[in-house]
Design a protein around this ligand. Structure first.
Ligand code: WTA
Length: 678
C-alpha cells in the first residue's frame, strides 16, 4: 500500500472535526475528597525527575524484596522496571489487605437475570477461592511459574479468581475475550504455547443463556492445526453441577472445575515471589498484519502503574464502590476491574450481561442498589444508553462522584449527556486515552486538578511525555491545528515488555519509525509510536483522531482489516476482499466489506451470508460487518493494488477524488450506484 492510500483509508481521515469546546470545572465537593489535589505532581513526574519519579507508584505496592534499579535500559527498547525487586500480584491484590479489610467486599458480581441474587465476595473469601484454585492448577494441572494458560471466559466471578490464582503461581495468563470465536481462541492458544485451557460452560447475555463450551472444540482443533496440543481443559460451570453436559467432554482431557475443587478445600498456596520483570499476562490485540500480537505485560511495573493510575486518575479509595462496565477480556478489564482496583483494596463491581437488559435503566438500577460512586464505561455504551433511554438516569437515585470514558473518542454532544444526565452535573469525567500495549492511561485530565474539555482526552497523565511527529520526524507544535502521529518520548512502568515470541515485530511496529539510533541504550532515542493520529491544542490538551494503520476501532475494540479480509477469503467463492471503516452512530466505526467473486460464480444473498458467517466463526460476532457488497471488480491501481481509499469514500458518502488514473475507473461509478443507490 502506498503512503497516500495508507493515510487516506485510515480512521483518522474520517474523524469528525469537532469544535473547540468550553471547559468544565471539577466540583468543590469532588476536590475536597480526592486522592490527588496537588498540582505539584506534574512537576514531580517531569522529565527532569524521570525515571525516579515512578518510585511513588512502586511504593503503593508491597515488595518481598525492594528493587535497586528504577529503569534498566541495557536491552533497549525492552525496558526493565524496578530491577532487583521481588513481588507477587496476587499477594498485593488480596493477602496484604486481609488484616484490615478481610470482611470488605472485594468484588460484587451482578448476574444478568434480574431474579438471581448478586454475589458478594469479601477479601477473605477471594483469598480462600484463589488459594484453592491455585492449588488445583499446581497439583492437578501441573502448572508452574512461567507456563502460559489460555482463559476463554465471560464476565463471571470465576474469571478474576482464575487470573489471580495464576498470578499467585507466576503462571502467565492469556485471557481471550469471551465474544471471540473458538478459532480466534485457538490461534491464541497456539501462539502462547498454552497446554492448559480454562473455559466456561455458559453465561447469560441479552436474555439468553449462551452455550460457551461449544467454542472449545474448534479452539482446540485450531490450536492443534498450529502445532499446539492441549492436554487439559478445565471448565467452570455457570450453575455448578446443574448442567453437566458431560457428553461434550473428552475423557482424560476435559474436567469440570466443580468436580475437582472439593479435593482442594482449605488448601493454601504461598504466593511465589517473582522478579519485578516476570511476565504477569499476555493480552492479544490486532495489528496491521494477519496474526494478533500477544502483548506481554510485566508484574512489578504493570501493577505499580495500574495501582498509581487507579488511585490518582480513577480516584479510587477503599471505601468507594467502583464499577467498570468493560469486559475483563480486554485490557481495560485487566487493569481497571481486576489489578488496579484490587491492589488498592477497592470494591469492584462486575456485571455479567448486556447494559440494556432487560431495558436501558439496568445500569442505573444497579448503581442505585449498590450505591456505586465511580462509574467507568466506553463511549459506545454511553451512545447506546443515551439512544435507548435518554431519561432513565434521572429516574434513579444514585450519585456518582467520578465517571470515566475509555477506548474511543467521545463526541462532545454525547459527553454532555454523560455529564448532565448520567453524572447529574456533579460527577467529574475523565476521558482516558491508552492502548492494550500501554497497560494503563496515557492521557487524561487529573480529575481534581484539570478542567474537563469535551471531545479531548486532556493532557498526558503524570510521567507520560507525548510528542506529535509528522512523517519526517518533525515535531508538530501545539496550537498549530495540524494532526500528526502521537508518540511518547519516554518509557513508563505500565508499558508492555515485548510481543510474545516476536521481539522484531515489537521493535519494528512501535519503535523503528522514530528511532534515532538502533544501537542506542538511551531511552531518549526510542520514542514509542502509538499508531494514532492526534492534535494538540494550545492548552496542551490532546484530541485523538483515530488509527493511522489498518486497524478499525469497532465499539472500542480493535480489529485488523487484514484479519477481516483473510476471514472473507475462507469462503471458496470469494476471490478478493477489501474491508473499510464505516462511520456508525453507536459503535463509532463498523467494517464494510467489498468482495469480488471467482470467475463463473453468480452473486447471491447466500454468498453474502457466507461471508458474514465466516467472519463470525473466524473472529467473532463483534466483527460482524454492516454491509457485504459483491462487486464485479475492485477499483485498482495500474499496478494491481486495491484502492481501499476509494471504497472507504464510497461507503462513507464522501468525495471519491480523482480516479481517472485507476486501471478500471468505470467500476467506481458502478460500485457507487450499488452502495449509494444513485
Ligand atoms: C483508541 C483500549 C480516542 C486509540 C484501552 C487507541 C481512544 C486504541 C481513546 C486502543 C480515547 C483509546 N480517545 N481514542 N480516550 N482510548 N482510543 O488497545 O485509537 O483496545 O490506539 O485499548 O483505541 O485500543 P485498545
Amino acid at each position: 500500500m502506498g503512503d497516500q492510500e495508507f493515510l487516506d483509508t485510515s480512521e483518522a481521515q474520517i474523524a469528525v472535526h469537532w469544535q473547540e469546546e468550553a471547559r468544565f470545572i471539577p466540583s468543590a465537593q469532588f476536590i475536597a475528597q480526592a486522592n490527588m489535589t496537588d498540582p505539584a505532581i506534574i512537576d514531580r513526574f517531569s522529565l527532569a525527575n524521570f525515571p525516579e519519579c515512578y518510585k511513588e507508584y512502586a511504593d503503593l505496592l508491597t515488595w518481598y524484596q525492594y528493587w535497586h534499579t528504577t529503569l534498566d535500559t541495557s536491552d533497549a527498547p525492552c525496558w526493565k522496571w524496578f530491577v532487583g525487586g521481588k513481588i507477587n500480584a496476587s499477594y498485593n491484590c488480596i493477602d496484604r489487605h486481609l488484616a484490615k479489610y478481610k470482611n470488605k467486599a472485594a468484588i460484587i458480581w451482578v448476574p444478568e437475570p434480574v431474579d438471581e441474587p448478586n454475589i458478594v465476595l469479601t477479601y477473605q473469601e477471594l483469598y480462600n477461592r484463589v488459594n484453592e484454585v491455585a492449588a488445583l492448577l499446581q497439583d492437578f494441572a501441573g502448572l508452574k511459574t512461567g507456563d502460559r494458560v489460555t482463559i476463554h471466559m465471560p464476565m463471571v466471578l470465576e474469571l478474576p479468581i482464575t487470573m489471580l490464582a495464576c498470578a499467585r503461581l507466576g503462571v502467565i495468563h492469556s485471557v481471550v475475550f469471551g465474544g471471540f470465536s473458538g478459532m480466534s481462541c485457538g490461534e491464541r492458544i497456539a501462539d502462547s504455547g498454552s497446554r492448559v485451557v480454562i473455559a466456561m460452560d455458559s453465561y447469560h447475555r441479552s436474555g439468553k443463556l449462551l452455550d460457551h463450551l461449544e467454542k472449545a472444540s474448534p479452539a482446540l482443533e485450531e490450536a492443534q492445526k498450529r502445532g499446539q496440543t492441549v492436554d487439559k481443559v478445565l471448565i467452570w460451570q455457570r450453575y455448578p453441577h446443574k448442567q453437566p453436559n458431560k457428553a461434550k467432554l473428552v475423557a482424560g482431557r476435559d474436567y469440570y472445575m466443580n468436580d475437582l475443587l472439593p479435593d482442594y478445600v482449605g488448601r493454601r498456596i504461598d504466593p511465589v515471589p517473582l522478579p519485578a520483570e516476570a511476565p504477569l499476562f499476555l493480552m492479544y490485540t490486532s495489528g496491521t498484519t494477519g496474526n494478533p500480537k500477544g502483548c506481554q505485560h510485566s508484574t512489578g511495573g504493570y501493577l505499580a502503574y495500574v495501582a498509581g493510575t487507579s488511585k490518582y486518575v480513577q480516584d479510587i479509595h477503599p471505601e468507594d464502590v467502583y464499577w467498570c462496565m468493560a469486559d475483563i477480556g480486554w485490557i481495560t478489564g485487566h487493569s481497571y476491574i481486576v489489578y488496579g482496583p484490587l491492589a488498592l483494596a477497592a470494591t469492584s463491581v462486575m456485571y455479567e450481561g448486556s447494559p440494556t437488559f432487560p431495558d436501558a435503566g439496568r445500569p442505573w438500577r444497579i448503581a442505585e442498589q449498590l450505591d456505586v460512586n465511580i462509574f467507568h464505561t466506553a463511549p459506545t455504551t454511553v451512545r447506546m444508553l443515551r439512544k435507548a433511554g435518554p431519561d432513565e438516569p434521572a429516574k434513579h437515585n444514585y450519585k456518582f462522584k467520578h465517571m470515566t470514558t475509555v477506548g474511543e473518542p467521545i463526541e462532545p454532544e454525547v459527553w454532555k449527556w454523560y455529564y448532565d444526565v448520567v453524572g447529574k452535573r456533579e460527577a467529574v469525567i475523565v476521558d482516558t486515552y491508552w492502548q492494550t500495549e500501554t497497560g494503563g492511561f496515557l492521557c487524561s485530565t487529573m480529575p481534581a486538578i484539570h478542567p474537563m474539555k469535551p471531545g479531548s482526552t486532556g493532557p498526558a497523565v503524570p510521567g507520560i511525555h507525548p510528542v506529535i511527529y509528522d512523517e519526517n520526524g518533525q515535531e508538530v507544535q501545539a496550537g498549530s491545528g495540524k494532526a500528526g502521529n502521537v508518540c511518547i518520548r519516554n518509557p513508563w512502568p505500565g508499558a508492555f515488555q515485548t510481543i510474545w515470541g516476536d521481539r522484531d515485530r515489537y521493535v519494528s511496529t512501535y519503535y523503528e519509525k522514530y528511532n534515532k539510533d538502533k544501537t542506542s541504550k538511551d531511552w531518549r532515542d526510542w520514542p514509542y509510536f502509538t499508531g494514532d493520529a492526534g492534535v494538540k491544542a494550545e492548552d496542551g490538551y490532546y484530541r485523538i483522531l483515530g488509527r493511522v494503520d489498518d486497524v478499525i476501532n469497532v465499539a472500542g475494540h480493535r480489529l485488523g482489516t487484514k484479519e477481516l479480509e483473510s476471514a472473507c477469503l475462507v469462503v471458496p467463492e470469494i476471490a478478493e476482499a477489501a474491508v473499510v471503516p464505516l462511520a456508525d452512530e453507536i459503535k463509532g466505526r463498523v467494517p464494510d466489506i467489498y468482495v469480488a467473486l471467482i470467475p463463473g460464480v453468480k452473486p447471491s444473498k447466500k454468498i453474502e451470508n457466507k461471508v458474514v458467517k465466516a467472519i463470525e466463526t473466524t473472529i467473532g460476532k463483534i466483527a460482524r460487518p454492516k454491509n457485504v457488497y459483491i462487486v464485479a471488480d475492485m477499483p485498482k491501481t495500474r499496478s494491481g493494488k486495491i484502492m481501499r481509499r476509494v471504497l472507504a469514500s464510497i461507503s462513507n458518502g464522501r468525495d471519491i477524488g480523482d480516479v481517472t488514473t485507476l486501471a478500471n475507473p468505470d467500476i467506481v461509478a458502478d460500485i457507487q450506484r450499488m452502495v449509494q443507490g444513485n
